[in-house]
Ligand binder design. Structure first.
Ligand SMILES: Cc1cc2nc3c(=O)[nH]c(=O)nc-3n(C[C@H](O)[C@H](O)[C@H](O)COP(=O)(O)OP(=O)(O)OC[C@H]3O[C@@H](n4cnc5c(N)ncnc54)[C@H](O)[C@@H]3O)c2cc1C
Length: 382
């Protein structure tokens, strides 16, 4: 059986100094509105994204020739960890910074890198993820959106669903079928950069359980995509998507979505007559948080070394999303407060938001069951 690798990581003075800078910036810019604090990486504020760009905190690890900061993954980790812990509205640039940019760096053409990476770094271009379809979520290779060859490019027909923030993004990395299904389920898929404002593309909003327009349905009706928007090799879409997953699944956003509730819960308990049981519960959650943080830091370090630790990342996401989901329920039981969706501020509002949003935490980016299948395969058990 293969072992999972989580070598401990120690951050240095350099990261400590950067952390201080981020905290100073947040102290000046924040505090952020209570209704946006839970799952703040789903809150889009292009102005805030551009303020981060001004500090050099978008595309931090990318080479300078594309506008990047040439910083380490650990430095990026410190910045995003502080932003998430503060509940900062980082949703607009999140996907572009986390995975679309790294995807283009790895598989894109030089023209694509030169065109898109500087715009992402300046907070001028946001990317959505176009993978899921109405009948293809977990079974992603069964997608039906197809691209047919025409002169100079491709005509795309079909639809995508659950596309987060597509209504504020300009571009979407879209998985399409470029040749008919065959015995090899993973063959014949390709990734395109699709301009979301192009002719033949229609967005329809979907309102989530919390009453927000988080995601969309997207319809392609003979939408033309030029040849120079194909990412990587035609027919290699599946392996390229798999490479994206290590970036998508291991970051601190996979366990910090409810962090502001933990802070508010501890503050409320300090001011109240807390029970011994409440203290034990908080202690358990804080211990889990510290372990998750070390595991996730270790994955960041492996990404820095050019590895793609998909299994280690999947474990972080599975344990992390369980943590952030269970936190909401545990605090509901130990805090003597009613969750209240109409409250403008306070722990009641945070509780309500966390309870409404938590079910989605273990669905997005690959469901719990799918991740456990990936982990089992990685351990040689399937
Ligand atoms: C908040 C949120 C944001 C999202 N954003 C995006 C986005 O930006 N872009 C995008 O492309 N998609 C996005 N998604 C979609 C997400 O990737 C899918 O919801 C997810 O992959 C599951 O697919 P599904 O909803 O079709 O469920 P299904 O695949 O139908 O699964 C239903 C249930 O069956 C289980 N199941 C399915 N297959 C198996 C199996 N083989 N073994 C065991 N159990 C199984 C699943 O675990 C799940 O519990 C988002 C989803 C959410 C909730």
């Amino acid at each position: 059986m293969q072992a999972l690798n989580y070598k401990p990581v120690h951050t240095s003075e350099k990261e400590a100094a950067l952390r201080k800078q981020v905290r100073l910036f947040l102290a000046e810019y924040g505090p952020f509105d209570t209704p946006n604090l839970i799952d703040s990486w789903s809150v889009c504020d292009p102005k805030f994204s551009r303020a981060l760009a001004g500090k050099g905190w978008l595309g931090m690890t990318w080479p300078t020739e594309y506008g990047g900061g040439n910083k380490s993954y650990l430095e990026r980790y410190v910045v995003i960890e502080e932003l998430l812990a503060a509940g900062a509205p980082v949703g607009a640039h999140w996907v572009a910074d986390r995975q679309s940019g790294p995807l283009l760096l790895r598989f894109g053409t030089e023209e694509q890198r030169l065109e898109f990476l500087p715009k992402i770094v300046h907070g001028e271009c946001f990317f959505a993820i176009g993978m899921s379809e109405p009948n293809s979520g977990s079974d992603l290779s069964s997608i039906k959106t197809r691209a047919e060859r025409v002169e100079g490019g491709w005509l795309v027909n079909g639809s995508k669903i659950w596309t987060s923030w597509a209504h504020v993004c300009q571009q979407m990395i879209t998985l399409v079928r470029t040749s008919p299904p065959s015995d090899n389920r993973h063959a014949g898929l390709s990734q395109f950069i699709v301009d979301l404002n192009a002719k033949g593309i229609t967005l329809r909003p979907i309102v989530n359980l919390a009453g927000e327009q988080h995601f969309n349905e997207i319809f392609f009706d003979d939408a033309f995509v030029p040849d120079d928007r194909v990412v990587g090799e035609l027919g290699e879409g599946w392996s390229q998507v798999m490479a994206e997953l290590a970036f998508e699944r291991s970051g601190p956003e996979r366990f910090l979505s409810s962090y502001q509730l933990l802070e508010a819960g501890i503050k409320t308990l300090r001011e109240a007559n807390k029970t011994q049981q409440a203290t034990i519960v908080i202690g358990q959650f804080v211990a889990r948080l510290m372990v998750l943080r070390q595991m996730s830091l270790s994955v960041a370090n492996q990404l820095q070394a050019g590895k793609l630790p998909v299994n280690e990342a999947s474990v972080v996401k599975d344990l992390g999303t369980s943590f952030e989901q269970e936190l909401a329920e545990a605090l509901r039981l130990i805090l003597d407060r009613e969750p209240r969706s109409t409250a403008k501020t306070g722990v009641e509002r945070l509780l309500s938001d966390a309870i409404l949003k938590a079910p989605s935490f273990s669905l997005r980016g690959g469901t719990r069951e799918i991740l456990r299948g990936v982990i089992a395969r990685g351990l040689g058990l399937r």
